[in-house]
Design a protein around this ligand. Structure first.
Ligand SMILES: [Zn+2]
Length: 175
């Protein structure tokens, strides 16, 4: 048997093997494809609902903030807020359903709690921001003070003098 014949036989064997094995490959692929849609839509729905809930929480937070700034017409605020609250509660109920949980308290209450928690976070951040501002101001004033103190030296005796000095404290020279 020459090498060409062996090669031909091997090729044929391979093709037969593929042909015979095809249903197995196909059913494996099919099974994988069928398994996915069962799991995926739920995950997709969950992440959609989570994103929706977070978006609405942020919107509620911003609405409240704008309201405290007086940027929202007084008659619009309750309407807009109720609408956002309803939407957020709907998203929350959808999440509860996905998790197979019975809501202990009303979804609206839990949204209000979440908004309040975020507001507390935000004001904590603002407070620390204020502290930081204060600190910056202190650092700046100290820097200025030090600069003033070492504004120069007396041309006569060489004593360090500050900018506000009119006369040298040691020799009395006019600065
Ligand atoms: Zn002097």
């Amino acid at each position: 048997m020459d090498i060409g014949a062996i090669f031909l036989i091997l090729t044929l064997a391979l093709l037969v093997g593929l042909y015979v094995g095809r249903p197995i490959f196909q059913s494996a692929t099919k099974a994988a494809k069928e398994a996915e849609p069962e799991r995926d839509p739920q995950d997709h729905r969950r992440s959609t609902l989570l994103a929706e809930r977070d978006r609405l929480l942020t919107a509620l937070q911003e609405l409240d903030f704008d309201n405290t700034l007086g940027k929202i017409p007084e008659e619009d605020y309750p309407v807009q807020r109720a609408e956002l609250l309803t939407q957020a509660a709907t998203a929350l109920r959808g999440l509860d359903e996905l998790q197979g949980e019975q809501a202990g308290s009303a979804a609206e209450d839990r949204i209000e709690q979440a908004v309040a928690a975020r507001r507390a976070d935000a004001s904590a951040n603002r407070a620390s921001g204020r502290d930081a501002d204060e600190l910056e101001a202190m650092i700046a004033s100290r820097r200025k003070e030090r600069q003033e103190k070492s504004a120069g030296f007396c041309p006569k005796c060489g004593r360090p003098v500050s900018k506000s000095d009119k006369f040298c404290a040691r020799c009395g020279a006019t600065l």
